[in-house]
Design a protein around this ligand. Sequence first.
Ligand code: ADP
Ligand code: MG
Length: 258
Amino acid sequence: MSKHSLQFKEVSFLYKKGQKQNQDHILDSLSFEVDEGEFVSIIGPSGSGKTTLFRLITGLEQPVHGEILINGHSYSDRFGKVGYMPQQDLLMPWRTILTNAALPLEIKGIHKQEAHKQVIQLLHEFGLNGVENMYPGDLSGGMRQRVSFLRTVLSGSNVLLLDEPFSALDAITRLSMQEWLLEQWEKWKSTILFITHDVDEALFLSDRIFVFSEAPVQSLEEVVVPLKRPRAIRDIHSPEVIAVKEQLIEQLRKQVKS
Ligand code: ADP
Ligand code: MG
């Protein structure tokens, strides 16, 4: 039996008064599970609560009801239990690539020298050879995403949350980053949750795709991607995948409640 990396059990959430007028639930008794080693994409309308879901998993927000389990544990403090790559890259412009990437290790209390050693050992794998002493402003968008990704992976967690990581990249860079991410994931066997707006990206990368409705989200429509691995980008043009894509687009249309 496969183990779950992540479980939501009847989780409800709303933002408290004072921050915004909106007092409605974002999640309403939502339950779902993600298996160990799975790649799951999340797709849905803007403002439906996808980023909020990640903030709940990381412990930046707390559910008003229900339980969130990571690797089978219900932690009172989930902070640091998952690797989180937020929507905007949060690289600090005044820090070098090396010291940006080493940040999560330093926060964990690992000595600077040791932290830097660990980063340097991974630079090659992340296609970042020779950039360690540069600054974020010296790098292309794709390279900065690799640094952000390296930093997320250095959190040491087997569960990675990636919030639209490639949405700002041009089409060619995006494709090579998608291929690179799949290679890394297949090597590391981590569990990935990946928010995207791009149906083709979700189909190419994922085992399953969750479709969010407009808030409040009570349940997730789910699509299983009928492709074996390893995959090539042309695979998403096969008749089976095109049929799934049509189903997905139909579901997305239904989710926008007018
Ligand atoms: P998505 O990532 O799907 O676009 P979000 O999770 O960012 O959606 O937002 C879901 C809803 O919650 C939106 O209506 C948004 O305006 C609201 N929201 C997001 N963050 C906050 C916050 N810190 N305080 C109050 N409301 C928020
Ligand atoms: Mg978002």
